[in-house]
Design a protein. Structure first.
Length: 106
């Protein structure tokens, strides 16, 4: 396709027959690309449609969870949220630390 578009740029001032030939070549290349894309989409969709059944996936997940010593349940919505982790001093604590530092320097 790049050769068609590059050729088209150079023939803008040429005769209409040459422009028509370039456009025909571009259309052919575009149709070939469309066929190749359709083939690829069909191949990938049929390959993923034949994928592993859901029961096998669930069985494997339970097996891995058992080996790791983890219970796998679908009750995650009822779980209690984790407590927030304190990452640093709050603004009030920071002000208090700043005052202590100033007092120590004096």
């Amino acid at each position: 396709m790049t050769s068609s578009t590059a050729a088209f740029r150079y023939t803008l001032a040429d005769d209409p027959a040459q422009i028509s030939a370039i456009m025909d070549r571009f259309e052919t290349q575009f149709e070939d690309l469309d066929v190749a894309t359709g083939y690829y989409e069909n191949a990938t969709s049929s390959a993923t449609a034949v994928g592993t059944p859901q029961e096998d996936v669930d069985r494997l997940m339970n097996q891995v969870a058992d080996e790791a010593g983890v219970e796998l349940h679908q009750e995650m919505a009822g779980a209690t949220p984790a407590q927030t982790i304190k990452t640093g001093p709050t603004e009030v604590e920071e002000d208090g630390l700043g005052e202590r530092l100033r007092a120590l320097r004096n």
